[in-house]
Design a protein. Structure first.
Lengths: 252, 67, 228
């Protein structure tokens, strides 16, 4: 591989090194996620005042918007890992891409359900065929397609590469869907819903939101490391370092 | 006590706000637990495979049946 | 030995696939029958009022054609994988993308073209006004090759797996949504007397892009899926 990539990155790409690295970093990421989450939720649920238009229902924003942001952020991360996996055939990148998909699907699912729980009291409907909502639903289908394709193969690495290819096709697809549904809305003159309103958020509401966004990022890192570690154990079952871990854990 | 009640009432939107939060935490907790369960299963299967292999190595392998 | 030219290889590929399809004429009729039956069910499910059927006719015909194509998509490469000729194609000196493009063309000719031919009949069953039918046909002529090309990439990705029917639907649905929106949008606009050229132009642009990119993506996907 090219020489401009520092040596420590090569080392990090080897499964046993990454296993140890992720294992030592994961508790810190999880602790930060829990701490920031607790602070953000206290600020959002207790300290922040009720919205003058939406009352207390707007408090769903503190989980809905971070989840929506994560659903796209994780897709971008998965796409980047998928690209690396396909171009350089790095096993770790395959694992990262494939283990990101369930986390992203979980956040997308949360976004959809909390969104309709928020939409019911505010717009009077659980669902509307708005570009943003439809894109989110398509994103969920893309995640499920990637997960399904990965598991359809008997050979895990081959499945990972095929699913990585699908993930990259999906990246091109999401903006097209968003654009086409916007166009479709202008044709059908459906119910126009203004999701966030024009008013700027006050700082009292903004800081818990930003804190929650940061908390979900750390949660993603913690959950991803957890999943990648497990998957590496399953993939490298025949190697010595995994046997050592298995033997050590039987003794304790 | 009263302030706690108003907090849980969420200005009349309790039936929308709390299920949303409940779902958020349920999904994320499930997402955290699942790899741990899988990890234990993977290691258990690996240990049984290793035990089987070491048993086979200690005993001489029977000659394969001639075709 | 002199290597035959690209044009020869392309026509040979096309002729082979069309001959194979002709030997199994019954399979060509199946999607058409399926589309007829599905369209027939709508008046029975929704009632025979003309105005209601007219309103949904364009969308129903498009979705029915899409589902019928999805049904036939699975078979695009399956027989070639079974008898190993697809692996020969991958090893052949001719560019794989071009050969796959020919296969996709043959598949479109044998599954989508019959559906387009009976589309006026399907539309008439739902009382779509005669003036709209040319727009419907134009939309189908642009949307069906797009679906064939996108579907081919996904079929190539699932080539190495055994069960792929439902998975294919799950993967194709998000990809084909824009095509359905624009095709149905053109028909709806024509029905309301609005200008319908813009969505048709978008479909044509997407088709041009797909004609160039999809065979390449299909070749890449096939190499991944067959690389055991």
């Amino acid at each position: 591989m090219s020489s401009w990539i520092p040596l420590w990155l090569h080392k990090l790409g080897s499964p046993p090194t990454f296993y140890r690295f992720a294992g030592s970093l994961r508790p810190w990421a999880m602790a930060l996620a829990l701490l920031l989450g607790a602070v953000g939720l206290y600020g959002g649920l207790v300290l922040a005042p009720a919205d003058y238009q939406q009352g207390d229902a707007y408090r769903i924003i503190f989980i809905h918007v971070p989840s929506a942001e994560m659903s796209m952020f994780i897709y971008a991360a998965m796409g980047a890992a998928a690209f690396i996996a396909l171009v350089w055939r790095i096993k770790l990148a395959e694992v990262v891409a494939m283990e990101s998909a369930p986390i992203g699907a979980a956040f997308t699912f949360i976004t959809l359900v909390t969104g309709s729980l928020w939409g019911k009291p505010m717009w009077g409907t659980w669902w509307t065929w708005d570009a943003r909502l439809t894109s989110e639903l398509v994103l969920l289908f893309l995640y499920l397609g990637v997960i399904g394709l990965y598991h359809a193969f008997e050979d895990r690495r081959q499945g990972a590469r095929a699913a990585a290819f699908l993930a990259i096709i999906g990246i091109i697809n999401v903006p097209i869907v968003h654009f086409s549904v916007n166009w479709w809305n202008t044709l059908h003159q459906g119910s126009t819903v203004n999701i966030f309103g024009k008013s700027k958020m006050s700082w009292d509401m903004l800081w818990p939101l930003l804190t929650m966004m940061l908390a979900t990022k750390f949660y993603y890192v913690a959950s991803l490391f957890n999943r990648v570690r497990t998957d590496l154990l399953a993939l490298e079952g025949g190697k010595d370092w995994v046997r050592k871990i298995a033997a050590d854990e039987a003794r304790s | 006590m009263n302030s706690l009640q108003t907090f849980f009432a969420m200005g009349g939107y309790a039936m929308y706000v709390w299920p949303a939060y409940a779902l958020f935490f349920t999904v994320l907790i499930a997402d955290t637990i699942a790899p741990g369960v899988r990890r234990r299963r993977v290691l258990r299967e690996l240990r049984t495979r290793l035990a089987r292999q070491s048993m086979r190595q200690n005993r001489p392998t029977p000659a394969p049946p001639s075709p | 030995m002199k290597r035959p030219g690209l044009a020869t290889a392309c026509t040979a590929m096309l002729r082979r696939d069309l001959t194979l399809a002709w030997r199994r004429r019954g399979d060509i009729a199946m999607p058409v029958l399926y589309a007829l039956i599905v369209t027939m069910l709508f008046p029975f499910a929704l009632g025979p009022e003309d105005t209601l059927l007219q309103r949904i006719a364009g969308g129903v015909v498009l979705v029915t054609v899409l589902l019928a194509m999805l049904l036939a998509l699975d078979a695009m490469f399956s027989s070639d994988i079974e008898d190993g000729s697809l692996e020969q194609l991958v090893l052949a000196p001719q560019p794989l993308a071009l050969m796959l493009g020919m296969k996709i063309l043959a598949h479109w000719l044998t599954t989508a073209l019959p559906l387009i031919v009976i589309a006026p009949l399907l539309a008439a069953m739902l009382h779509l006004p005669g003036a709209v039918i040319p727009v419907l046909l134009l939309a189908l002529l642009l949307a069906t090759p797009l679906l064939s090309l996108l579907g081919a990439v996904l079929v190539a990705l699932t080539a190495g797996t055994r069960r792929s029917g439902m998975l294919l639907a799950l993967m194709l649905l998000p990809l084909c949504m824009p095509a359905v929106i624009f095709a149905a949008g053109a028909v709806a606009a024509a029905q309301q007397g609005l200008p319908w050229l813009a969505p048709i132009a978008w479909l044509a642009a997407a088709l041009v892009l797909a004609v160039v990119l999809a065979p390449l993506a299909c070749a890449a996907a096939l190499r991944i899926a067959l690389d055991a």
